[in-house]
Design a protein around this ligand. Structure first.
Ligand code: CP
Length: 320
């Protein structure tokens, strides 16, 4: 039996494949455990905007019988200070030590969504916000995406690949794609962290300069040639991320890395995947996104069962 205390990374999960299977079973019977969370409350704390994470996690909690409270942090609450020993005489009114302890009095599980600064690599990869909540909350903490990881997304993506794979060991390509603004590396980092543990042939494709942090990319087959990567692929996961090397920068690249029908024709009837939100005709063309082989809505649906599997494990083993 799996024991989840917190869920901030695949490293918190003893058996990732078993968690995917639990998510798959919950999808068949979403209300099978609707008494498990009775009289328990999930607090969802958002430091950033969200559509899918916010709604799917709330549906997951309600399927388990939980109450849900949502806070838009900083906008709805006092501004939080995370550093120790600070003289709090500026614009931050409340320290994480009190805030995390206080919300733990009202909620039996917490979810936290934060983004990186994309200006300070050391600070972002230090994950101060999520690790501070884990440190100072007295209840389990779930990452709803942190500065460098998005584990619920990757769990849903693995489930989606399991459901659609045409062969036992499909070829899965994570391809960098263009975007006008600097975006986090979190989805890509997590995708590699999780899918390298899955029964897939994993390939990473990106232009020079977009190398991911070595702790995620080491050992993954990597190419700067997108067309070569797409040949024979069963799944094409497109995602933009800003540079890790030139931290947070959008680099000039000559090649067009947008996914279109011509590129998808190189695959083995490949499915298109993206975590959403996606910029149409920048990351991917309308034809691919609206086509029969697009899985983006299935991925979004599976966010419910990913969150539900995580919550179920936490509720089954929580002391609260
Ligand atoms: N994929 C994802 O996390 O979407 P949101 O940012 O809308 O939650």
């Amino acid at each position: 039996m799996m024991k989840l205390k917190n869920f901030t990374s695949v490293e918190d999960v003893q058996q990732p494949a078993a968690l995917v299977e639990q998510a798959r079973l919950l999808k068949q019977q979403p209300l099978a455990y609707h008494h498990l969370g009775r009289h328990k409350t999930l607090g969802l704390l958002f430091f950033n905007a969200s559509l899918r994470t916010r709604m799917s996690t709330e549906v997951a909690a309600r399927n388990l019988g939980m109450e849900v409270m949502v806070l838009n942090m900083n906008a709805d609450t006092w501004k939080l200070e995370f550093n120790d020993g600070t003289v709090m005489n500026a614009d931050r009114q409340e320290h994480i030590k009190e805030a995390a302890a206080v919300v733990s009095q009202y909620c039996q599980v917490l979810g936290v969504r934060s983004f990186p600064s994309l200006t300070d690599r050391q600070a972002d990869y230090g994950e101060q916000i999520i690790t501070s909540f884990v440190q100072y909350a007295t209840v389990p903490v779930i990452s709803l995406e942190s500065a460098t990881l998005h584990p619920l997304q990757s769990l849903a993506d693995w489930l989606t690949i399991e459901e659609h794979k045409p062969v036992a060991r499909p070829k899965v390509v994570l391809s960098w794609a263009p975007h006008p603004k600097a975006l986090p590396q979190a989805v890509a980092n997590s995708f590699l962290q999780w899918l390298r543990l899955a029964p897939v042939e994993l390939v990473l494709a990106h232009p020079p300069g977009y190398e991911l942090a070595p702790q995620f990319s080491a050992g993954v087959a990597t190419t700067h040639n997108q067309q070569e990567a797409l040949a024979g692929a069963h799944f094409v996961y497109a995602k933009n991320w800003s540079s890790y090397r030139d931290y947070g920068q959008v680099l000039q690249v000559d090649e067009d890395w947008r996914i279109d029908e011509e590129k998808m024709s190189l695959t083995d009837r490949g499915y298109f995947m993206h975590c959403l939100p996606v910029r149409r005709n920048v990351v991917v063309t309308d034809e691919v996104l609206d086509g029969q082989r697009s899985l983006v809505i299935a991925q979004a649906e599976n966010r419910i069962y990913a969150a539900q599997a995580v919550l179920k494990n936490i509720l089954e083993h929580a002391d609260t």
